[in-house]
Design a binder for this molecule. Sequence first.
Ligand code: ADP
Length: 362
Amino acid sequence: MNQLAPPTSFQTDAPGAARDVIVRLDGVSRRFGTVPALDGISLEVRRGEIVGIIGRSGAGKSTLIRCLNGLERPDAGRVEIEGTDISALGERALQPLRRRVGMVFQHFNLLSAKTVEENVALPLKIEGLGATERRRRAGELLDLVGLADKAGAYPSELSGGQKQRVGIARALAARPALLLCDEATSALDPETTRSILALLKEINARLGLTILLVTHEMEVVRAIGDRVAVIDRGRIVEEGPVWQVFAAPEADTTRSLLGGLRPGLPAHITARLTEESEELAVLRIDATGAAARRPLLDDLAAAAGVSVRLLQGGIDHIGDQPVATFFVALEAGEPQALDAALSTLRASGALVERLGHVPHDV
Ligand code: ADP
């Protein structure tokens, strides 16, 4: 792959901390009749970050995207792109700012009568670049997305994943400050989704490009996001580093969006849980960061003075952070002794929940 020069804006922005904020939403609201599609959204996206905005259908994602690319005006609040409030601008003044936001769409939105190279070069033609320069830049971009050999092909000759690579190359053509991905992988199979997300992550790492992922799929955010904001009925109901939100979701909306992505006790064991304080006690242990780097099962066994059996779970990594969830069974013994052992574990930062008891033969 060719080395692409970083977008020029990366070098020419005004000095100061503000230059590192690519998007600032401040109290953005938009109503349709009585429906508050957006209800006071405030969020900052800093240069080089990958931020996920996640919500169910109807949460306000599309309205937010339209506010970010200037197609929709909020009733209240500010939408700043690189420090400029675009919500107050007229159509003419908006044009150059729109080019600062590269859009990647769910259904690719390629022109079927144009070749791959022509699709990628289209934003450059609009910018007034000459044919030679357009070809050179389109070639670089196709190289970046791994499609150098498809320049002359038509979209109908490409797979879904290849079409999305073209969509990404086209979105990067005008050297945007922000790549705004609108359900960019929702039309793709899991394997292709993984390869597109890996490409976005690679572009983020190589070019320092800021990416906003708008999606209803937690897996997408989990795979490459640094931070996530969960929206519901036009409001941000939870926001934080992806690993933290995954490890300890606080909002009901987040929990329900996480659904099967969070480990649980297998149904056949859950079915045998009782309140009886005999046989084995079953615990759920959640830990992240420093607590997840401790030998938690050893700690528990030592504190309780009994051996600990792992029923389900393990350690996952989100970004570079360990996220541990263990379901364990251990001899219940004296209630006070177990309580003291759990306190020891909690003191090291783990969350411990007693789920009940099961017989030895689970
Ligand atoms: P999402 O993209 O998360 O599915 P939307 O932004 O499309 O959510 O919609 C948020 C809410 O605003 C929904 O209740 C939707 O019905 C309403 N809405 C969005 N656009 C319009 C519109 N142009 N006219 C009327 N209601 C709208």
